[in-house]
Design a protein around this ligand. Structure first.
Ligand code: HEC
Ligand code: HEC
Length: 171
């Protein structure tokens, strides 16, 4: 036993409560810091929204929020009826929930805020730099077809894990 119940004072209780609260705040900010690094290392984000996971994985892997800035997600979510040549419309409540989730978990790296936000992860400077060593023949491989087809090379993309350890260039 850490303490004796007979001597247990309300003051001590409050002090302990404050300590527990401080510890959880520290844990949350650690998790945040890790997520920022995730953008490079490609591990799964801590939070997943169930609607995002089901709706945004119907036609391709659910692209992680951390790979685009919030303004890009807002633009994508505002144009789902004309989404890269397909109609990915959602009811208003679902769209609102997914937009909020994407905004909250968006990339926080510095980028130029432009009138026309980038709509493709594959067109970001970050993506190009991360893939500069991927040869043209890999991009052109019939199993890849599109750069947006992350799962053709990232074998665990559907689980949100893009780490280098799980990359396999298609033969
Ligand atoms: C009806 C099918 C469909 C649904 C549902 C869908 N998408 Fe897409 N999405 C596409 C197609 C098609 C492309 C273009 C793929 C390509 O270029 O190879 C695309 C491309 C994208 C891209 C750009 C990929 C890149 O970097 O080149 C993003 C980002 C994206 N979708 C986000 C979303 C989000 C967020 C949702 C959920 C709200 C969603 N999509 C739901 C069909 C869909
Ligand atoms: C043609 C195969 C291919 C496709 C398609 C592809 N990647 Fe990659 N990706 C790679 C390879 C190979 C690497 C490792 C690069 C290196 O170190 O040379 C990589 C690296 C990465 C990394 C860095 C991983 C780390 O641990 O540093 C991330 C994140 C990433 N890719 C995300 C994506 C996303 C998101 C998509 C789809 C929008 C995508 N990739 C599509 C082949 C691909």
């Amino acid at each position: 036993m850490l303490f004796n119940y007979k001597n247990f004072s309300p003051m001590l209780f409050l002090v302990m409560l404050a300590m527990v609260a401080m510890m959880s705040v520290a844990q949350v900010s650690n998790a945040r810091a890790d997520d920022d690094e995730d953008e490079d290392t490609g591990h799964r984000p801590a939070v997943v929204d169930a609607k995002w996971a089901s709706e945004c994985s119907a036609c391709h892997v659910a692209y992680p929020a951390r790979y685009l800035p919030a303004e890009s997600w807002r633009a994508i979510m505002a144009g789902l009826d004309k989404h890269f040549g397909s109609n990915a419309s959602l009811d208003a409540a679902t769209a609102r929930e997914i937009t909020a989730y994407l905004e909250q978990n968006a990339s926080t790296r510095k980028h130029k805020v432009s009138a026309k936000p980038v709509l493709r992860i594959t067109e970001t400077r970050w993506f190009k730099s991360e893939h500069r060593e991927v040869a043209a023949r890999h991009w052109k491989n019939s199993k890849v077809k599109s750069r947006a087809n992350c799962g053709a090379c990232h074998t665990t993309a559907d689980k949100g894990d893009f780490s280098e350890d799980n990359v396999k260039r298609p033969k």
